[in-house]
Design a protein around this ligand. Structure first.
Ligand code: FES
Length: 253
């Protein structure tokens, strides 16, 4: 369905320099969105170039609008930054599997960089916010991420990754927080090394974990096989249909 752009702007004052943007589209009729689901977007003005739609994680699903936060990572996402308010975008979704929601279970969200995006919807719709905390690892500056939006809803711990030496310190902190959630749930979205650490640490401390994969996608509906991941049995699975959120023990990282 084609819907108009409501707003597109760099996310935060330094957004332009950091390539992080916020895009708002009229809600094309999405209902019952699960945090972690995504949509495929393609402005008709693209013609044949770029050819394929681009997936964006849904950051917030409101009655009147859908909000996305994205990182400029190539020609498609760069083209999104040139959209103008009122311009039509063809959207299909919500797609894929979202994160588990267990209201009574202590739940730790782990976001790496723009991997924080789906947790805005998670925090906003979680029935027991007191049971929810977010550990957010990122490069400075923080203002280009939807950090304040999240901080207004749940406890957020931020870790700035400024030098390579910071990474082991972050992993140490991650282990501490995961160990504190024994019997609960850890949900992670971000770069693969982060997901791998979450998977290993959750396993070590007996915490159930889900990870959201950032595989490339072209169709978003299981038709092109462009997004396959592998499960521990060595079988290929379509990230767009079976994921992007997987139980950590059901996918090879
Ligand atoms: Fe086409 Fe997943 S993106 S099969």
């Amino acid at each position: 369905r084609d819907v108009p752009v409501l707003a597109v702007a760099p996310a935060g004052p330094e957004g332009l320099a950091n390539g992080l943007w916020r895009l708002e589209l009229e809600n094309p009729g999405f209902t019952g969105v699960k945090p972690g689901q995504f949509a495929m977007l393609r402005p008709p003005a693209w013609g044949f170039d770029p050819l394929w739609a681009r997936p964006l994680s849904i950051s917030r699903a409101l009655d009147d609008r859908i909000v996305f936060h994205f990182l400029v990572a190539g020609r498609g996402t760069a083209a999104f930054t040139r959209l103008a308010p009122g311009e039509p975008v063809t959207v299909w979704g919500p797609l894929g599997q979202g994160f588990a929601v267990e209201p009574g279970a202590p739940t730790l969200l782990v976001g790496g960089g723009i991997g924080i995006a789906p947790f805005v919807e998670y925090a906003a719709t979680h029935p027991t916010p007191g049971k929810l905390a977010l550990l957010f690892g990122h490069r400075p500056p923080r203002s280009c991420y939807p950090y304040d939006e999240l901080g207004a809803m749940i406890a957020v711990e931020s870790f700035q990754d400024k030098t390579p030496e910071d990474i082991p310190r972050f992993v140490e902190l991650l282990e501490k927080r995961i160990a504190e959630h024994a019997g609960g749930l850890v949900l992670a979205c971000g770069p693969t090394p982060l997901l791998r650490s979450v998977k290993n640490l959750a396993d070590k401390h007996g915490v159930r974990a889900q990870v959201s994969l950032e595989n490339r996608m072209a169709c978003g509906v299981g038709a092109c096989l462009g997004c396959v991941a592998e499960n521990p049995e060595g079988h290929r699975v379509q990230t767009c249909v079976k994921g992007p959120v997987f139980w950590a023990d059901k996918v090879t990282l």
